[in-house]
Design a protein around this ligand. Sequence first.
Ligand code: GSH
Ligand code: FES
Length: 112
Amino acid sequence: METVEKIKQQISENPILLYMKGSPKLPSCGFSAQASQALMSCGEAFAYVDILQNPDIRAELPNYADWPTFPQLWVEGELVGGCDIILEMFQKGELQELIKEVAERHPAPSEE
Ligand SMILES: N[C@@H](CCC(=O)N[C@@H](CS)C(=O)NCC(=O)O)C(=O)O
Ligand code: FES
């Protein structure tokens, strides 16, 4: 599959998706660590893609997203932003609100 097709599929299939360096449990960069921490604190499941394991996505996503860096948080098919925006929203309580709403709209199969 073309990288851009892979990206589109990931974004459309995962209502809460974090592109990051490393994993939420073992982040490989402070920015990705802070972003995934904030997201985990919202208490809902989310998907992630480790771009260090996917160099094609690392190379292609900044063009597709028109956003140069990682992490990138995508919610319901739209780019929310990177670490700065995620932390700012978290401090205002907006991230928690958004994530809760989205999780309610997309219940996980295992919870049904
Ligand atoms: N201010 C940025 C910080 C993120 C950042 O600067 N990321 C850099 C270093 S980890 C990056 O992704 N560079 C491109 C790359 O490594 O592919 C944010 O809010 O997300
Ligand atoms: S990997 Fe060096 S700042 Fe993110």
